[in-house]
Ligand binder design. Structure first.
Ligand code: LMR
Length: 393
């Protein structure tokens, strides 16, 4: 049966991670997969999470099923974090998911059942896994130009022109904050224009929200979603606890639906529950359970926010220091854009050959499109790194 299978195509980001793990060079630098790293290059469990796990260990009295849509307290905590404490909860429903990707997938499966003829418009570029994920759900994809590598800026006019010509009722995938892979986010005026075009063309917003708190802050990063929610009759959001709660392998996330009214919201949740049941039946508990403990307990929440703020501040500091090192080494302002971008990623103007040279000759791991993980930058060796990068340009 399996002999006729073609060789599997591995995801570029995961392939790079595997190569990095196999590399025995001591001074190797991992700027690949989007995982936060501290100054020592480690990705420790957050202190607030450790405390929540201890609490859970002491108090959990059953391992019985959680049900397809998962924990209601976790879902309410997530709705309030994403849509705000004053969210219109009559119109919003939420299902616990297996990470942000799980949320993307179950929402895609649901949307595909409702609008089988719709296409999904994704930004060019976008997170590479958006493409197989949405395609596996059965969608045909279209692209809107989002970023110009030669100017390192958003091609907003092109984005709006493309979306203005999109067929009515199509779906638009938007990055809620900290655009992956570019780090270039829309400003609020631009979000208003996106809402206008979605309204005018009856386009359906599908927001990927994986990095809340990594850009400007938990509340600040949610402004775009909250604005869209104030304008749109309907939308969906895939939120993740992987990055801001550091729960990568626990697979905790939330699939959220905003409907026109409470009756429609219940219908959508019913359908989402059916999609989950026929897929993996029910979500895993641990990550969502400890996230809920952290989000709901005021002291733990404050401790977690302190840790999250420190992570964000470290990344912002690294952006500034790395841009300065590149300015010095290249004797140009060509890399200053790095300081203006948000979250975990920026894209360096490197071609495939240069990226390969950096990996094979210098042990510097960068995703094939030039995307770097800012948190992976070696704070104590930025000058050397900048010098090496400039030398291959
Ligand atoms: C990334 O973009 O590197 C992360 O979201 C991890 C992944 O699964 O690709």
């Amino acid at each position: 049966m399996f002999q006729s299978l073609p060789e599997a195509k591995t995801d570029a980001i995961l392939q790079l991670l595997a190569l990095f793990r196999e590399d025995t060079r001591e001074n190797k630098v991992d700027l690949g997969v989007g995982v936060y790293k501290d100054a020592a290059g480690a990705t420790p469990v957050m202190t607030a999470i450790k405390k929540a796990e201890k609490q859970l260990l002491e108090t959990q009295d059953t391992k019985s099923y959680v049900g397809p849509i998962g924990s209601r307290p976790f879902c309410s905590a997530m709705v309030s974090q994403v849509f705000g404490s004053d969210a219109d909860t009559d119109r919003i429903r939420c299902a616990q998911s297996a990470g942000g990707s799980g949320a993307l997938r179950i929402l895609s499966d649901m949307l595909r059942k409702i609008r089988p003829n719709a296409k999904v418009w994704v930004s060019d570029p976008t997170w590479p896994n958006h493409v197989p994920l949405l395609t596996a759900a059965g969608f045909e994809l279209e692209r809107y130009q989002y970023y110009d590598r030669s100017t390192n800026s958003i091609t907003f006019d092109q984005m709006i022109n493309t979306l203005s010509a999109a067929p009515e009722n199509d779906i638009v995938l938007l990055h809620g904050c900290c655009h992956n892979p570019t780090g270039a986010d829309l400003n609020m005026d631009q979000w208003k224009a996106v809402a206008d075009v979605c309204e005018k063309r009856s386009l359906f917003p599908f927001v990927d929200f994986a990095y809340q708190g990594f850009g400007d802050g938990l509340e600040e990063d949610a402004q775009a979603i909250r604005y869209l929610a104030s304008r749109m009759p309907e939308m969906v959001v895939a939120a993740s606890c992987s990055k801001n709660l550091g729960l990568y392998r626990e697979r905790a996330g939330a699939a959220m639906v905003l409907a026109e009214n409470s009756v429609n919201a219940d219908r959508a949740l019913g359908m989402l529950g059916g999609v989950i049941r026929s897929n993996y039946s029910m979500p895993p508990d641990h990550g969502a359970n400890i996230s809920n403990i952290v989000l709901s307990d005021p002291a733990l929440n404050a401790e977690w926010q302190g840790e999250l703020n420190a992570m964000r501040d470290r990344m912002i500091g690294l952006r500034v220091a790395f841009a300065a090192a590149l300015r010095k080494r290249s004797n140009s302002a060509d890399f200053d854009f790095i300081t203006e971008q948000k979250g975990m990623f920026s894209r360096l103007p490197l071609n495939t050959e240069q990226i390969e040279t950096l990996r094979s000759e210098h042990g510097i791991y960068i995703v094939g499109d030039g995307r770097i993980n800012i948190a992976g930058l070696p704070g104590d060796a930025l000058d050397e790194l900048a010098e090496t990068i400039v030398s291959v340009l």
